[in-house]
Design a protein. Structure first.
Length: 296
C-alpha cells in the first residue's frame, strides 16, 4: 500500500512534485514503523493510522518543510490512541495498563480519596474511550505531545470537576441508590413490618452498601444514579453487556445477603417475626434486581 496518496487524500494540503511525493512516502513509512514498534501485538491497519495522522497534520511551512511537520510527533503514542479509537481490545487493555492505572500516581499531589480516584478513572474511560454518536474523544489526540501529558491534563480537569461537585454527591449519591430500591406495596403485613423496622432496615442497607468494595459500589452508582445501561457500563470497563449484567447482579446480591446478615445479627426477633422481616427485605431487593435485568 502506498501511504502518501492515502495520506494526501485525507489531508488539508497536497504536494505535486514527484520528489516531494517520494519524500513524503519515506517519512510516512518511517512514522508507521516507529508507531508499530512499541505495540507489535496491536493489529492496527495502515489505512486507519494514516487517516488519523492526516487528520492531525498541519500544512508544511516554508521554514519547516515536509520533514518538519513530523519532527515532534510521538508515533508510538499516536498508534496506540488510534488503535483505541478503533476499539481494538488489545489496545484498550494496553491503554488501561499504562495510562488509566497510572492516574492515582499522576494525581498524587491532589491527595484524593480512593473513591474519588475511582470516579476519575471511570470518567476518564467514559470521556476518552466510549463511542456514542461520534468517535471516541481519544481520536482527537494529535500525537504532538506525549500521550501521558495529554492524559494528565484530562485527568486533572476531571478530578477538579469532581471535587467541585463532591459535596452535593456526598449528600445525595448513596441516598439516590437506596431510594431507587422500590418498596413493595399491597401487603399489609409487609408494610407494617417495614414501618416498624424502617430505621433498622435502612441502616442495614446503608451498611451493606458501604461494605462493598469500590468496583461493585461504583457499578450500582452508574446504573441507579447515572442511569447507564449495562451496554454502556460494559463499554466503560471494556467487557460485553452480559458480563456487565452479571457484575450488577452480583453486586445486588451482595447487598441483599449482607442486609439479611446484619438484620439477623441486630434484631432480637422470634423466628417467625424474623422470617417476616426477611420477606420484606427480599421483596424490595428482588424488585430492584428485576429492574436491573429489565433495563439491561
Amino acid at each position: 500500500m502506498k501511504l502518501a496518496p492515502a495520506f494526501l487524500s485525507r489531508a488539508s494540503w497536497h504536494v505535486e512534485e514527484a520528489v516531494q511525493l517520494e519524500a513524503l512516502e519515506g517519512l510516512l513509512r518511517q512514522v508507521w514503523a516507529e508507531g508499530c514498534r512499541p505495540w507489535p501485538d496491536i493489529p492496527l491497519s495502515q489505512d486507519a493510522f494514516v487517516a488519523s495522522l492526516a487528520t492531525h497534520t498541519p500544512s508544511p511551512s516554508v521554514r519547516t518543510g515536509i520533514a518538519g511537520i513530523f519532527a515532534q510527533l510521538t508515533p508510538g503514542d499516536l498508534y496506540l490512541a488510534c488503535a483505541c479509537a478503533e476499539g481494538i481490545p488489545v489496545a484498550l487493555a494496553a491503554f488501561e495498563r499504562r495510562y488509566i492505572a497510572s492516574i492515582p500516581a499522576t494525581l498524587g499531589h491532589m491527595k484524593l480519596t480512593e473513591a474519588v480516584l475511582d470516579d476519575v478513572r471511570q470518567q476518564v474511560r467514559e470521556h476518552l474511550l466510549v463511542r456514542t454518536n461520534r468517535p471516541p474523544r481519544i481520536s482527537e489526540y494529535s500525537g504532538r505531545s506525549p500521550l501521558a501529558n495529554w492524559l494528565r491534563v484530562v485527568s486533572v480537569r476531571t478530578a477538579l470537576s469532581l471535587l467541585r461537585t463532591a459535596r452535593e454527591e456526598d449528600a445525595t449519591g448513596d441516598e439516590a441508590i437506596l431510594e431507587s430500591l422500590p418498596a413493595s406495596v399491597g401487603d399489609p403485613e409487609t408494610e407494617a413490618i417495614q414501618r416498624r423496622y424502617e430505621g433498622e432496615f435502612r441502616q442495614a442497607m446503608e451498611d451493606a452498601f458501604a461494605a462493598l468494595s469500590s468496583k461493585p459500589r461504583y457499578l450500582l452508582r452508574l446504573h441507579f444514579v447515572d442511569r447507564l445501561s449495562t451496554t454502556k457500563i460494559g463499554a466503560l470497563f471494556n467487557v460485553n453487556q452480559s458480563t456487565a449484567s452479571r457484575w450488577l447482579q452480583s453486586a445486588q446480591q451482595d447487598v441483599h445477603d449482607e442486609t439479611r446478615r446484619l438484620l439477623k445479627e441486630r434484631l432480637d426477633l422470634s423466628s417467625q417475626d424474623f422470617t417476616s422481616v426477611l420477606r420484606s427485605v427480599e421483596s424490595q431487593l428482588d424488585l430492584s434486581l428485576s429492574r436491573i435485568l429489565t433495563e439491561a
